[in-house]
Design a protein around this ligand. Structure first.
Ligand code: GLU
Length: 309
């Protein structure tokens, strides 16, 4: 549990690239949400995937956030997911003892399991028959040197929750089907780590882009299986560049580059107008925005941004 009292939000960036305006928009909203409620904020770096996470990105993200005035509280400092494997081992064991896990020998869909699935969940239900393999079939695969990923078996039942911005959601877990919680190389998957961490760190408010709304039912269910109670979730519209989502890979409007051309308050001003929090895009700090912050002003449709106009 956190030692901050009841309200606690979180910043959970992945250091797999520089922040772009879309990431920054979610971080600003997480900050405004927690601070208007008088809550604290935990900083967690989601650096599970060693192939994609870089120290320079982590440092760049933290330094950009500091410059913009998006501060956080120490718990017990910066939390690196890569340093929390022993805790995930415990969660894995608990799920295994409950009979919820099975090894999956398919090679599809495993590569990206350590990062958050920002698009609709790619599932392989139609081709994966690992759940029904007999013990001797498993032994044959193991003998051939196949190392399994681990999947969690979800029930055919509905999770009902109310998103703070998108309202009532009813999701049958069986729609997306079973999902990977540990990759075949032993790296824990995003869904397990994020659920365990939100529970373990006593997070009570999760604010993030609506592309993760489709992961929320899975996370609520996993937290319940781990014996915890899920936080409140509040998803935010995405900021689109023209007709497509921003991407770290393309270096779209990276905060680091924007900060070379604009002062931090100018960037926050642009975001405040885009998010519907103010009529003008005049420079402003996150602190000054607190008074005018309300989820009611923020659209539910994604927001199209035309840089330079
Ligand atoms: N680490 C994820 C990202 O940067 C966010 C995960 C979350 O907020 O649940 O995209």
């Amino acid at each position: 549990m956190n030692n901050f009292g009841s309200i606690c939000g979180r910043f959970a960036p992945s250091p797999s690239g520089m922040l772009h305006l879309g990431n920054l928009s979610s971080l600003l909203l997480a900050w405004l949400d927690a601070r208007t409620l008088g809550g604290k904020i935990v900083f967690r770096l989601e650096d599970l995937d060693p192939a994609r996470s870089k120290k320079e990105y982590a440092e760049g993200i933290m330094s950009d956030m500091r410059r913009l005035g998006l501060n956080w509280d120490e718990y017990p400092g910066i939390n690196y997911q890569s340093g929390r494997t022993a805790l995930y081992d415990g969660a894995f064991e608990l799920l295994r003892q409950k009979g919820l896990l099975y090894p999956c020998y398919c090679s599809r869909n495993q590569r990206l399991a350590a990062s958050a699935p920002h698009e609709s969940y790619a599932h392989d239900r139609s081709v994966c028959r690992c759940k029904t393999l007999s013990a001797s079939e498993r032994r044959t695969l193991e003998a051939a040197g196949k190392r399994p990923a681990w999947k969690v078996s979800v029930p055919d039942s509905e999770i009902v929750f109310t998103d703070g911005h998108y309202g009532l959601r009813r999701v049958n877990l069986a729609n997306d089907g079973d999902f990977i919680i540990r990759r075949s190389d032993g790296i824990y998957a995003y869904q397990l780590a994020v659920s365990f961490d939100d529970m373990d760190m006593g997070i009570s408010r999760v604010v993030r882009g609506r592309d993760l709304l489709s992961s929320t039912a899975k996370q609520i269910w996993l937290i319940r299986q781990l014996g915890g109670s899920a936080p409140d979730y509040c998803h935010a519209p995405l900021i689109l560049l023209g007709d497509r989502k921003m991407s770290k890979r393309f270096g779209d409007l990276s905060t680091a580059v924007l900060l070379k051309e604009h002062c931090p308050e100018e960037i926050t001003g642009i975001l405040a107008k885009l998010l519907g929090l103010r009529e003008s895009d005049a420079p402003i700090s996150p602190n000054e925005l607190l008074q005018s912050f309300s989820w009611d002003k923020i659209p539910t449709e994604d927001i199209v941004f035309h840089y330079g106009k």
